[in-house]
Design a protein around this ligand. Structure first.
Ligand SMILES: [Zn+2]
Length: 352
């Protein structure tokens, strides 16, 4: 049985802050001091350590008028690597990313109907072996984005919706033992919204990512952090009620967003299906005052223009309440890439 190394965290909070700032582009030591609030002496010390660890590199100079040119520092993107996985009811997808979150390699395979945890772990290990560099010190760990309910802190999957025989499965523990790597587990919608937040940096602080696949769920980014709720169960938005006397849903309630959307989609009524998602998203804008909506998931990717225009049509008309609606450019990778970014954000020491 493989031993599990500790997550290789940075040496301290200041190192994480400096590295996080360098992620958005080349910076000088003066920029870093201004943006971090650290003293020039502290920045100098941290930068020295990060260069010694191979995480930062000096890449040239910037002229600043009077005085000598300032040295530019850049992130060494391939100095660390992370794996990410998306677990669906019928498919497994694995990506390898660098420290900047760029997807370097990807692989996917169907999962058998009603697969059990041991079958899943074997398939996870098989796919990871296809993209994982062998004996590579740069590999930080693996993230797993899975359909909920799942407890992010303990890595235990409760009765995952639509997965038969998955009752209180210690997924993180099983995966760590099998892979010999540190593993983090989160709900698929949370890793997906993290992927968007990571990609767009501080420009996006209050956002909802809606994942429309076999189910409908949302990932919430509130005030710059992924909002998981008390039990990692936030975002079960597919099971909020849109129609009091609507059809029965798999969850036992009636008239949920998910059942209304899926029935319309199954009947081939794309206009109705997309309009339901738009109406539901408008409710979230009213509730949370978010200014970014990101559309993702198989159903969206099959008809991106239809979902985009239907959701935009339902947004508030007020000039002072603009809501940016977009389709994720990460496509099918969004959940798996976000799972890898979960590992990277733990490395940076600033989980979002
Ligand atoms: Zn429901």
């Amino acid at each position: 049985m493989a031993t599990v190394p500790n997550l290789r965290f940075l040496r301290g909070y200041n190192d994480a802050v400096v590295l996080g700032l360098a992620r958005s582009g080349a910076v000088t030591r003066v920029d870093l001091a201004e943006r971090s609030g650290l003293t020039p002496q502290a920045v100098s010390k941290v930068v020295g350590r990060l260069i010694a660890d191979g995480l930062l590199v000096e890449t040239g100079t910037r002229n600043v008028g009077v005085g000598k040119p300032r040295t530019l520092l850049s992130l060494v993107a391939d100095s660390r690597l992370a794996l990410g996985a998306q677990v669906e009811r019928d498919e497994l997808r694995v990506v390898l990313t660098d420290l900047a979150g760029t997807v370097l390699d990807r692989v996917h395979a169907p999962l058998p109907r009603d697969y059990d945890p041991p079958t899943f772990i074997a398939e996870l290990a098989r796919l990871i072996a296809l993209v994982r560099p062998v004996d590579d010190e740069r590999l930080l760990g693996a993230g797993i984005g899975i359909v909920g309910p799942v407890d992010h802190r303990t890595g235990v999957v409760h009765d995952a919706t639509g997965l038969v025989g998955w009752h209180d499965v210690p997924l993180r523990e099983l995966a760590e033992r099998s892979l010999g790597l540190p593993v983090v587990v989160d709900k698929d919608t949370n890793t997906a919204v993290l992927a968007e937040a990571w990609r767009r940096g501080d420009a996006v602080r209050d956002a909802v990512l809606v994942l429309v696949g076999t189910g409908v769920g949302v990932g919430l980014l509130l005030d710059g952090r992924v909002y998981r709720g008390a039990r990692t169960n936030a975002g079960e938005f597919g099971h909020t009620t849109l129609s009091l006397d609507g059809p029965k849903c798999v969850c036992g309630r009636t008239g949920c967003v998910e059942v209304l959307h899926n029935l319309a989609a199954a009947a081939g009524d794309l206009a109705e299906a997309t309009s339901i998602v738009g109406t539901a998203m408008a409710d979230l804008v009213q509730l949370l005052d978010i200014d970014h909506i990101v559309l993702a998931g198989r159903a969206v990717l099959a008809a991106p223009a239809d979902y985009l225009s239907a959701v935009r049509a339902k947004m508030p008309r007020d000039d002072w309440l603009p809501v940016d609606v977009s389709v994720t450019p990460l496509g099918d990778d969004v959940v798996a890439a976000g799972a890898a970014m979960l590992v990277l954000s733990e490395f940076y020491g600033r989980p979002r």
